[in-house]
Design a protein around this ligand. Sequence first.
Ligand code: ASP
Length: 463
Amino acid sequence: MKVAKFGGTSVASAEQLRKVANIIQADKKRRIVVVSAPGKRFNNDIKTTDLLIALGERCLNGDQITKEFDTIVSRYAEIATGLDLSAHIIDEISASLTDTVNSDKTNKNRFMDRIKASGEDNNAKLFAAYLNSIGVAAAYVNPKEAGIVVTDDPGNAQALPETYDNLKKLKNRNEILVIPGFFGYSPEGNLVTFSRGGSDITGAIVAAGIEAELYENFTDVDSVFCANPNIVDNPKEIKELTYKEMRELSYAGFSVFHDEALIPAFRAGIPVCIKNTNNPAAPGTFIVAERDYSSIPVAGIASDAGFCSIYVSKYLMNREIGFGRRLLQILEDEGISYEHMPSGIDDLSVILRENQLSDEKENRVLERIKTELNVDTISIRHNQAVIMVVGEGMTSFVGTSAKATAAFARASVNIEMINQGSSEVSMMFAVAAEDAARAVRALYEEFFMNIGQVQVQEAIEIK
Ligand code: ASP
């Protein structure tokens, strides 16, 4: 069995849903379909989930909602009409959204989760109705019926272990099952959503639960690219990536697949294929446990802005037991998570996502580090970008970092920090945000267009 998940742009209009139906019918193994809410139909369009968030916020403020409500229902009505479905399905969607809008608002986060989830829920009902209308036996399956049990953390749910056993019963169903993505139910029965983009997570959980042979994730690009196409012109397509490589790339800005969706697929050893609804014949990108690294040590280059780094130095820091722990304790006390921590003997830097710091919090953190750890110097650098050169093959090749640093030099980009773990899945470079695009282009040329001077060779076995 295969699980096929279709993202927002794949289910944004009647025309797109017809393509989805054709894709399902083209392979008998595609028995479970997970759908997103209708996404963007054109560049400046608004995703249904964003329309729903605006609607929910107006409800909570006690504002008039007629216009927002009608806009949402008319998106589904337009799709239903384009698919020649009867008006009955729209009455059903409108009634269900009315119930959600009128539901209990004492807990705002729970209310917002119910509103957001209605986007995928109504789309799944609509698509199941369409499949039946064209003679394909299909059933809408609510995540509660499917057994998707999640933590009670609104907007950030995690699947609980019992989910995987619960899902096994779906294997015995004969129809095509259409499951709305993006949410599950807590053990107490509350609807809870995953983080944004979370329909990918539903697909992965379902694929793991039913032990699918493949999890197909349909989107609007032919494959994952080696670099961001907004930075590099026509970057090469990636045929195969490992789970670890995909995780590193999505960490630093590759948004084609939700990073949390990798965990269930990875644990269950289910290959993932990223495919294009608009060009299903293209082979797509496979995400697997192992790939052949022999010709391509580096899989891709990612970059993401919005970081800052705190630099601290203290004479004899390396001999001061507990220094690092106490520094991280201050961050923990302030509810801040850190991303990287490159260090020297007497100094270290902590790289953070900038959006975690308000001015007030920043001053407090710096002051606490200065006084509680009695450091010699402390400073903070804003507007940093992180560039990741990702490839599990780097372990068996010599010269990859030489190639990378040569590219930075050619692009006249100053590397502010370098970090590479012993697993050698990636090399991280911190640079000023305004230099990031230039550096990515130079790295792409170096690794994928053989313009660089440095040769990479297979590693000589280390005895
Ligand atoms: N519709 C949700 C969002 O926009 C979830 C998804 O599409 O995966 O975040």
